[in-house]
Design a binder for this molecule. Structure first.
Ligand SMILES: Nc1ncnc2c1ncn2[C@@H]1O[C@H](COP(=O)(O)OP(=O)(O)OP(=O)(O)O)[C@@H](O)[C@H]1O
Ligand SMILES: [Mg+2]
Length: 226
């Protein structure tokens, strides 16, 4: 599904250069549950941003299915991002001026659904993550775990084939984190490919495969894609 070759991301700051990712080669197959671990600053978030086309590599090739993403125009890239990817980050990135239902409806605007269809689909997604009793709550009226579940419902709105999660349980107490992991497990069993960054070794072991980064390089890979 995904093939990264020689992916490098460096930043020039004044006369010094920070190499966040250093010539990464990585293949991810459809249906995999890949966890990415490594020390702080090792390049995990940078890798996730590049996978999600939220950042552009300094060098290297990114192939997704039969597209070479390094050659596509921005409009094409946005389309791929909106149609295929779901993002779940540690800071939930919800809009505070919209309630739970409206936050989940937002990505559906791009999909061209009618207002009533958007509302019904958003409601179903929130029911699926156990929030049927919180549809009209604003983010500041929700607990951290509930906000994270709204963020997951929103990530699922466009029926993504790939979920990119950066420490999705990082800000949560362990029982609430467990609920989020259950939801992600369930999605993966339903066929969604998952790439999840985590600091927690026990969580890292829950995926089907774990890649460890150090200093922007792959230090170990528990199994390589076929
Ligand atoms: N915009 C930027 N400008 C300069 N350097 C950056 C920038 N973004 C990231 N870096 C550097 O790139 C390296 C990798 O950062 P990254 O955020 O990918 O680490 P991480 O593995 O996600 O760490 P953490 O576990 O702390 O979240 C770090 O040394 C960081 O300081
Ligand atoms: Mg990070």
């Amino acid at each position: 599904m995904i093939s990264l070759t020689g992916i490098t991301r460096s930043y020039d700051i004044g006369s010094s250069r920070v190499t966040a990712l250093d010539s990464i080669d990585l293949q991810v197959s459809r249906g995999e549950f890949l966890t990415v671990m490594g020390p702080s600053g090792s390049g995990k978030s940078t890798l996730l941003h590049i996978l999600g086309i939220l950042d552009t590599p300094t060098a290297g090739t990114y192939r997704l299915e039969d597209h070479d993403l390094t050659t596509l125009a921005d409009r094409e890239l946005s389309r791929i991002r909106n149609e295929h990817f779901g993002f779940v980050f540690q800071s939930f990135n919800l809009f505070n001026e919209f309630n739970a239902l409206e936050n989940v409806m937002l990505p559906l605007m791009y999909a061209g659904l009618r207002g009533s269809e958007r509302r019904e689909r958003a409601r179903r997604l929130l029911v699926d993550v156990g929030l049927e009793h919180r549809l009209h709550h604003y983010p500041n009226m929700l607990s951290g775990g509930e906000q994270q579940r709204v963020a997951i419902a929103r990530a699922l709105a466009n029926d993504p084939t790939l979920i990119l999660a950066d420490e999705p349980t990082g800000n949560l107490p362990s029982d609430k984190g467990e609920e989020i992991l259950h939801i992600i497990d369930r999605l993966n069993r339903d066929g969604v490919t998952v790439v999840m960054v985590t600091h927690d070794t026990r969580i890292g072991e829950r995926g089907s495969r774990c890649v460890r980064l150090r200093d922007g390089r792959i230090e170990s890979d528990s199994g390589s894609a076929a």
